[in-house]
Ligand binder design. Structure first.
Ligand SMILES: Cc1ncc(COP(=O)(O)O)c(C=O)c1O
Length: 422
């Protein structure tokens, strides 16, 4: 398997340059590693823009009244918020911190939706004081609390109800969210009660229903039954069908195209709810995952029962393999043509956990200390879930475009590790 067979896993526009090195956003990956150090997230800026435009164009071609929301939990960094605000997207935040970053990144508060199954009073106050457009309600206590905050301030707040339609998207159990037994949203019976409850509210204006049935979905079949379930709850002007479109992490994965996913959702809307609705969609992973590669440096190569290639990062920069057994590709930046060839090895992180393995059973072409190792498709839930475990400073985020690279989040320092000490 040469790098060309990874083209749907790598950022759009990636190539092997004349030196035989991987190039991201027009920048030589080996040069990037030398200049910015490793581990680091390198983002092909144009990749994110292209996918955002694909979502907007696909919606525009099929439906009049819509918005595309960036589910910002996937990549909550100011520069990404700014980029997607520039592209005309709307924003979904799931905490006060994401709200603060979205505002900093330039999103108009009216174009922000606040989610969360356990929003605090402080977060609700922060949202209302910021003049946020919509709050997505998740429980009866959420309703009571937001109603009090809005009434105290004398404002009328627009809200949606998050519904768990009793349909689970086919994905890993930890990222399936549409089933009845879920910490998220209202089941269908409770949703009816919540709708009734909100009809009598003086300070909350119910405009519509929300669902998000799961993440990393590689088939579209669950959307229609989920929309059918929403349709039993009455007629609303606004529907939010969430995100969930899967991405290719490995060469063998072929997710539906953005246009196919949009088509499935819009068709279900038109057939089951009508054409006169405002349709919101909320992609996260499929906007940002493939835009980014993480570069690591190989520190050690150890051979016992297996071959262990130890790199300078791990679960502190990519928790997904440990959290849900997620799979990745790995190859070397200076010989991408040899991707998929060589000795079968495990790419191990540097943390004090046996489970800290980033990629298992991946062929690696003659791994040596000092090699720069690439794991593609780390733009979603990588930086977002990074930690300081083992006192590792979190990696920088570097935007690459037309051969220029710029730091948008700097690498943490040891002083940062002690910055909250009192
Ligand atoms: C409410 C909500 N909307 C959207 C998303 C984005 O999902 P994805 O990244 O799979 O597109 C999530 C992910 O957890 C979510 O919880």
């Amino acid at each position: 398997m040469a790098a060309t067979q990874l083209s749907h896993v790598l950022p759009l526009g990636s190539r092997v340059n004349d030196l035989g090195h991987l190039e991201i956003g027009g920048c030589d990956a080996l040069e990037l590693a030398r200049e910015f150090g490793t581990p680091a997230y390198f983002v092909a800026e144009d990749d994110i823009r292209t996918r955002a435009r694909a979502y907007v164009e696909a919606m525009r071609a099929r439906h009049d009244d819509f918005d595309v929301l960036f589910a910002s939990k996937a990549f909550p960094c100011t520069a990404v918020y700014r980029l997607l605000a520039e592209e005309g997207l709307v924003c979904d935040v799931a905490s006060g911190g994401e709200l603060a970053l979205a505002l900093r990144g330039g999103f108009d508060p009216k174009r922000i939706y606040l989610h969360g199954n356990a929003k605090s009073l402080a977060e609700l106050e922060q949202a209302i004081d910021a003049g946020i457009g919509h709050v997505v309600l998740d429980s009866f206590m959420d309703i009571d609390r937001l109603e009090r905050v809005a009434a105290d301030r004398g404002v009328s707040q627009r809200v949606l109800i998050r519904v768990t339609p009793g349909v689970a998207g086919r994905t890993h159990a930890k990222i399936s969210t549409g089933q009845a037994d879920s910490k998220f949203g209202f089941g269908l019976d409770d949703a009816k009660l919540a709708i009734e409850r909100l009809r009598g509210s003086g300070s909350l204006e119910l405009v519509g229903l929300h669902m998000h049935i799961g993440s990393q979905l590689l088939s579209l079949e669950a959307y229609r039954p989920a929309v059918e379930a929403l349709a039993t709850l009455g007629d609303f002007p606004v529907y939010n069908f969430g995100g969930g479109l899967g991405v290719a992490y490995t060469a063998g994965q072929q997710p539906p195209a953005i246009e196919e996913w949009v088509d499935a959702n819009v068709s279900a809307l038109h057939e089951l709810l009508g054409r006169d609705k405002r349709l919101l969609i909320e992609p996260g992973r499929s906007l940002v995952a493939n835009s980014t590669v993480t570069l690591y440096t190989v520190e050690t190569v150890k051979r016992n029962v297996s071959t262990w290639v130890g790199v300078d990062g791990g679960m502190s920069d990519n928790l997904r393999p440990m959290l849900y057994g997620s799979v990745y590709e790995a190859f070397f930046a200076d010989r991408p043509q040899l991707a998929g060839t060589g000795e079968t090895a495990h790419v191990a992180g540097k943390h004090c956990e046996s489970g800290d393995v980033i990629v298992r059973d991946v062929p690696l072409a003659d791994p040596q200390p000092g090699d720069v190792l690439v794991t593609p498709a780390t733009g979603a839930y990588g930086h977002a879930m990074a930690s300081n475990y083992n006192g590792i400073p979190r990696p920088p985020v570097i935007f690459c475009k037309d051969g220029d690279a710029r730091v948008v989040v700097r690498r943490e320092t040891y002083d940062d590790l002690a910055a909250r000490d009192v």
